[in-house]
Design a protein around this ligand. Structure first.
Ligand code: FDA
Length: 308
């Protein structure tokens, strides 16, 4: 019950004001978010790359209803990609984008605005020598996001997408995207969704993840196994072996600050492991989704508020 309440709170301005101004918040946020500035993102990337890990950088922000803010987000990514190229980090470091931060939810031609902003970022990524993955947000955005993905892939075929096993539609989406050159990050899903479109029980989300993983690993695309769940990681290894996939024809992905020992263990075993590294001042929604995933984080957070 706590998870759905936290996910509802992630969209409440009142709770946002309370949490973002609480003095103890920043300490726990620091576990998940590397900092507010470009320099923080670059430092974290350099460190992870020196440890043999790959990175995907996310400039935090979502749900913008302001064209100038969407433009500013685009420019932030373009600058970031230029810096990655300057620092020779663009090989192991790619970027993740939320289309809602690029204008997708704007009334009228939001889809088109987000597409054009994403196109500019994909062009900057190509110039830098890296690529882009489109994050997936709540179920109302999936059709639009997959349609924008299709448009982007015409000129930037390496653009990747995220699919969420919690959604009933996702096995079919996996089949559609399991083709050569298609990069698909499979996650369980971090948003509160109605049972009309999503599996309500976690056990069913896990089983759906298994079915989706089987489709992607058997297909011709490039699966990105984004989970901290030891069972999914073990299954991915078994499926890779069954389908003759060498490390590098798929990859593991985990979030910054979660199961860091496992990230390093897999990398030491020769697997390609990419860490999702968020940075930026707009950390509230991301942070609340991380709390919702694990009640123990909430207890830790509350303790950090009272023990300061
Ligand atoms: P599960 O929730 O079953 O967790 C397995 C284990 O991992 C837990 O037992 C615990 O040990 C650890 N763990 C998981 N979450 C934790 C947390 N918050 N704090 C501490 N430990 C934790 N979602 C989405 O809807 N759209 C997206 O675009 C993305 N993008 C994305 C990228 C990457 C690289 C990852 C790894 C994840 C996402 N997600 C996402 C989030 C995803 O949907 C999901 O909510 C989390 O990954 C948690 O699910 P697990 O598969 O880890 O399993």
């Amino acid at each position: 019950m706590l998870g759905p309440a936290l996910l509802a709170a992630s969209r409440s301005n009142q709770v946002r004001n309370l949490i973002t101004s609480a003095p103890g918040s920043r300490r726990l946020v620091g576990r998940f978010v590397v900092g507010e500035n470009l320099a923080d993102a670059l430092d974290a990337s350099r460190t992870l790359v020196s440890e043999g890990l790959a990175v995907t950088l996310d400039h935090l922000g979502e749900d913008t209803l302001d064209v100038s803010q969407a433009d500013a987000t685009r420019e932030t990514y373009v600058e970031l990609l230029g810096r990655l190229a300057d620092l020779d980090l663009a090989g192991p470091v790619e970027v993740s984008l939320k289309l809602s931060a690029l204008g997708q939810a704007l009334p009228g031609d939001g889809d088109l605005i987000a597409l054009e902003n994403a196109r500019a970022i994909c062009a900057a990524a190509r110039q830098a020598g890296t690529t882009v993955t489109l994050d997936m947000e709540d179920h109302t955005t999936v059709d639009s996001t997959l349609s924008i993905l299709g448009e982007l892939r015409v000129d930037f075929p390496s653009t990747g997408a995220v699919l969420q096993s919690c959604l009933r539609r996702t096995e079919a989406d996996c089949r559609n995207l399991a083709h050569a050159g298609s990069r698909v990050r499979l996650v369980k899903g971090a948003y509160a969704e109605p049972s009309s479109v999503a599996h309500p029980a976690k056990a069913d989300v896990d089983l759906a993840y298994v079915r989706c993983l089987k489709i992607l690993m058997a297909g011709d695309g490039y699966p990105m196994v984004a989970s901290h769940d030891p069972r999914m990681i073990e299954l991915a290894g078994m499926l890779a072996e069954r389908h003759g996939r060498a490390p590098g024809s798929y990859e593991f992905q985990m979030l910054h600050g979660i199961r860091t020992g496992e990230q390093r263990r897999l990398a030491a075993a020769g697997e390609l492991v990419r860490v999702y590294v968020p940075y930026g001042a707009d950390w509230y929604g991301y942070f609340m989704r991380r709390l919702a995933e694990r009640p123990a984080n909430v207890a830790f957070f509350l303790r950090s508020l009272v023990s300061r």
